[in-house]
Design a protein around this ligand. Structure first.
Ligand SMILES: Nc1nc2c(ncn2[C@@H]2O[C@H](COP(=O)(O)OP(=O)(O)OP(=O)(O)O)[C@@H](O)[C@H]2O)c(=O)[nH]1
Ligand SMILES: [Mg+2]
Length: 348
């Protein structure tokens, strides 16, 4: 298959996967709840139970038509104050956050005033506003340059740091890159073994020292090895929890300093992993990590599951750090580049 064909195929799958993981968010941002519209309509089963067998098919068709009409009626509602208030509520529920929703609703009121807008106009308006929100922060994929590329992966415990490293290792390895993992989470004994399992699965090398070793030493050794043995990629795992938050931040600062001192001529990215299902809380975490680690991007995990994708817009609005990658599941291949246009497309 040509490279172009593969790319199309890949984006095709990505859009479908995104559409399915964003189904809940989509309901919040672009559709009215169907419950009230459908209440008076008989279900297919009710129609069949009441009808003679030969009438059942006709009834079923009729029900489907009724439902189709209801859906159509729903999709072109007039925009009044009720509609706008309800939309505001839904956007907040979709995790866009007040700071993003309030100016958006204000702009909607202003723009729709006196124009007899329907919900279709609102969808077009939202698509445009969502795109420009995301494009306010310069979007860029993961940077990769000739020579060694270091990716420092940080975030609170359980967000998916180690898993994302495994997925990234797999991806770089399948692109033919020479990949090294650095087991910098020496606090939790199981963490290094978990990373070791990922290194075996992806078929890449790992630097790990004895349990409880200084993570700075692990990172130092990994960077030296990468320089001497010309690795293309170093993925640094870090702890998400220490005895307390101050310790964690002090440790990350130290790791960051080791990276800065030993990465001359290397391309360095500092990526914050955020669990999308933690919604607005994630933003607070991001602010703290940003001060310590000088973040260059976000990996937003667990968009599958119970997450509301609206947090992507809140991140763009409030942090001005690009979301670079998204996690759509637990498997090796469930890590995708974040594409803002595709993301907005999947919501409508
Ligand atoms: N559904 C889903 N689960 C994920 C995703 N990413 C990670 N997980 C799961 O989240 C859990 C925690 O992942 P880890 O990679 O261990 O998280 P961590 O940030 O390294 O955690 P600590 O090392 O304890 O700080 C695991 O069960 C992963 O399988 C994702 O994109 N989708
Ligand atoms: Mg971990």
């Amino acid at each position: 298959m040509s490279e172009d064909g593969q790319r199309k195929g890949f984006w095709g799958t990505t859009l479908n996967k995104l559409k399915s993981v964003l189904a809940k968010t989509k309901e919040q941002v672009s559709e009215e709840s169907q419950e009230s519209d459908n209440q008076e309509l008989p279900t297919v089963e009710q129609s069949q139970a009441q009808a003679a067998p030969e009438e059942a098919t006709a009834n079923q068709t009729q029900t489907q038509n009724n439902t189709a009409t209801a859906v159509q009626a729903k999709s072109v509602r007039a925009v009044d104050e009720d509609y706008i208030e309800h939309l505001e509520e839904r956007l907040i529920k979709a995790d866009l956050g007040l700071a993003t929703v309030e100016p958006l609703i204000q702009a909607l009121r202003k723009e729709s005033r006196g124009k007899n807008w329907t919900s279709e106009n609102v969808d077009v308006f939202l698509q445009r506003e969502f795109s420009s929100l995301l494009n306010e922060t310069p979007q860029s994929g993961l940077s990769f340059k000739a020579g060694t590329n270091v990716y420092l992966i940080v975030g609170v415990n359980g967000v998916g740091k180690t898993t994302s490293i495994g997925k990234l290792a797999f991806r770089f390895k399948s692109e033919g890159k020479k990949v090294l993992l650095a087991a910098g989470d020496t606090f939790r004994a199981a963490a290094e073994s978990q990373l070791e399992i990922w290194s075996q699965r992806a078929g890449v090398d790992i630097v790990r020292l004895a349990d409880g070793a200084d993570p700075g030493a692990v990172v130092y050794q990994a960077l030296q090895k990468a320089r001497v043995e010309q690795y293309d990629v170093v993925l640094v795992d870090t702890a998400g929890r220490l005895h307390n938050k101050t310790n964690l931040m002090a440790e990350l600062k130290k790791i960051r300093t080791v990276v800065e001192k030993n990465s001359e001529g290397m391309n360095v990215e500092s990526l914050l992993v955020l669990d999308a299902s933690t919604g607005q809380n994630g933003l607070q975490q991001a602010k703290v990590f940003s001060e310590v680690c000088g973040l260059t991007g976000v990996i937003l995990t667990k968009l599958d599951g119970t997450a509301k994708g609206g947090v992507v817009f809140a991140i763009a609005k409030e942090l001005s750090i690009p979301v670079k990658l998204i996690g759509l599941g637990e498997k090796m291949e469930d890590l995708r580049d974040f594409d803002s246009a595709l993301f907005v497309q999947a919501l409508f």
